[in-house]
Ligand binder design. Structure first.
Ligand SMILES: Cc1cc2nc3c(=O)[nH]c(=O)nc-3n(C[C@H](O)[C@H](O)[C@H](O)COP(=O)(O)OP(=O)(O)OC[C@H]3O[C@@H](n4cnc5c(N)ncnc54)[C@H](O)[C@@H]3O)c2cc1C
Length: 375
C-alpha cells in the first residue's frame, strides 16, 4: 500500500486548494512545502477577479481593497480610463490567504509538512524522496510554482507609500512600454496612501523601469518593501500529465499570458484535478483526462491572449502612443468598460474585430502583419 493516495509538492494556492478538495473527498493527502512560513516572501500583487469566488474560497477578512476599473498609461503618458459599475477585482492579503488555504487543507484532513523540499520524485512509480526518506503515492502533484516552470520572466515589486497625494482606491494603474512587452507595469492600491507597484518583462533592469514609473506617479514617496519573483511563460504544448504525476498552477504555466495572473486559473484547475483524481483513485478515470479538461477550460482564451501578446510585440512606443490616441478617438474607453474582463479578453477582442476598430487603430504599416496574427 502507498503512503498517500495523493502527494502534493508545494503549498501555494494551487497545491493547498487541491489538498483541501481531495482530502474532503476522503483521500489520504500529503502536502509538502519547502518554506517554513507559508506565503513568505510575498511574490504577488494580490489582484484577483471577482471570479475567484466561483472557483475557490475567499473570506472577506483577506480582502484589503476592491477595484472597479483601471487607468491605462501609454509610454508617453496618454491615459485611458475604463471602469465597471461594480467591483471587478479584489486586492488580497496574499500571505494570509495562502496560510488560510493551507489551514483549510489541514482541517479537511490533509497532512501538511512545512520546511521540507521535495528534491527527487519518480513520475512513473510515484516514489518521492523527502528528508532522506522514500514515500509513495498513487498520484503525485507538482504544484511547486514558477520554480518548476520551464520558462519564465523576471518580476519586481515594491510596496510604496505615496505621501503627496491620495490615490483613488477604485482604480489600478497599468503602464505599457514596448521594451517590456509582453510585460507591463502596475500600481495596485491597498488604501489611499499605499500600493503594490510592480513590473514584469524580458529585461534585466526592471528596477529602473519601476523607479521611473513611480516617479511619474508621484514626487514624494517611500519604498517600504522590495520583492522579486518570476512569472511563468505559458506553453500550450506542455504535457500536464506524466505517468502518475500531474502539473498544476504556475508549474503547469496556468497563468494568463497577457497579465501573468495565475490564482484564478490555478484554483479552477485544482477543481478539475480533484474530480479526475477521484475518478482515478476509484478506478473509473484516467489521469490523462486532467490534461484534456484543462485544455477545454483554458485553451481558447490562452490562444487569444497569446495573439494579443504577439500583436503587442510588433509595436514600438510610438505605435503604442498612436494606438492610445486612436482608441480615445474611436470611443474605446466605453467599449473596454463594457466588454473588458480581467480573465476573459476574448469578448473584447471579438468586439474590436466586429466593429473594425483593431485595424483602424494600428499604424497602417503593420496591417498585414497584424492581420496574419488574427486570421
Ligand atoms: C510580482 C508578481 C505579481 C503577481 N501578481 C499576481 C496578481 O496580482 N494576481 C494573480 O492572480 N497572480 C499574480 N501573480 C502570479 C501568482 O503569484 C501565481 O500565479 C500563483 O502564486 C500560482 O500559485 P501556485 O500555487 O501555482 O504557485 P506558488 O504560489 O508559487 O506556490 C508554489 C509553492 O511550492 C513551494 N515549492 C517550490 N519548490 C518546492 C519543493 N521542491 N518542495 C516543496 N515545495 C516547493 C514554494 O515554496 C511555494 O510555496 C504574480 C506573480 C508575481 C511574481
Amino acid at each position: 500500500m502507498t503512503d498517500y493516495d495523493v502527494l502534493i509538492m508545494g503549498a501555494g494556492p494551487a497545491g493547498s486548494t487541491l489538498a483541501r478538495l481531495t482530502a474532503t473527498k476522503g483521500f489520504r493527502v500529503g502536502l509538502f512545502e519547502r518554506k517554513k512560513i507559508i506565503g513568505l516572501p510575498l511574490q504577488c500583487a494580490g489582484l484577483v477577479s471577482h471570479r475567484i469566488m466561483e472557483v475557490n474560497v475567499l473570506p472577506d477578512e483577506f480582502i484589503l481593497n476592491s477595484v472597479r476599473g483601471a487607468v491605462l498609461h501609454s509610454p508617453s503618458g496618454i491615459k485611458l480610463r475604463v471602469s465597471k459599475d461594480r467591483p471587478e477585482a479584489h486586492v488580497i492579503d496574499r500571505t494570509a490567504y495562502d496560510q488560510h488555504l493551507a489551514e483549510l487543507a489541514m482541517e479537511a484532513g490533509a497532512e501538511l509538512t512545512k520546511g521540507t523540499a521535495v528534491r527527487d520524485f519518480n513520475e512513473k512509480t510515484g516514489h518521492v524522496r523527502v528528508n532522506g526518506d522514500e514515500l509513495s503515492a498513487d498520484v503525485l502533484v507538482d504544484a511547486r510554482g514558477q520554480s518548476a516552470a520551464p520558462s519564465r520572466y523576471p518580476a519586481r515589486q515594491y510596496l510604496v507609500r505615496f505621501r503627496d497625494s491620495e490615490m483613488d482606491t477604485d482604480f489600478v494603474d497599468l503602464k505599457v512600454d514596448s521594451r517590456l512587452s509582453p510585460g507591463f507595469m502596475w500600481r495596485i492600491p491597498i488604501d489611499e496612501q499605499t500600493a503594490r507597484v510592480g513590473v514584469f518583462g524580458p529585461q534585466q533592469n526592471l528596477k529602473e523601469f519601476l523607479k521611473g514609473f513611480i516617479s511619474d506617479l508621484s514626487s514624494d514617496f517611500e519604498i517600504l518593501e522590495s520583492h522579486h519573483g518570476f512569472i511563468p511563460r505559458p506553453d500550450l504544448d506542455l504535457r500536464l500529465v506524466r505517468g502518475r504525476c500531474i502539473l498544476l498552477g504556475d508549474a503547469a504555466g496556468q497563468v494568463k499570458p497577457t497579465t501573468g495572473g495565475g490564482i484564478v486559473l490555478a484554483s479552477r484547475a485544482a477543481g478539475v484535478a480533484a474530480e479526475v483524481i477521484q475518478g482515478v483513485l476509484e478506478g473509473d478515470a484516467d489521469l490523462k483526462e486532467y490534461e484534456d479538461a484543462c485544455r477545454k477550460i483554458h485553451m481558447s482564451e490562452m490562444k487569444n491572449q497569446m495573439r494579443v501578446q504577439r500583436t503587442f510585440r510588433l509595436l514600438s512606443d510610438k505605435d503604442l502612443d498612436h494606438i492610445f490616441l486612436k482608441m480615445k478617438e474611436y470611443g474605446a474607453e466605453d467599449i473596454i468598460s463594457e466588454y473588458g474582463d480581467m480573465d476573459r479578453q476574448t469578448p473584447l477582442i471579438r468586439e474590436f474585430l466586429k466593429r473594425g476598430i483593431l485595424f483602424r487603430i494600428i499604424p497602417s504599416i503593420l496591417t498585414s502583419k497584424v492581420a496574419g496574427i488574427w486570421k
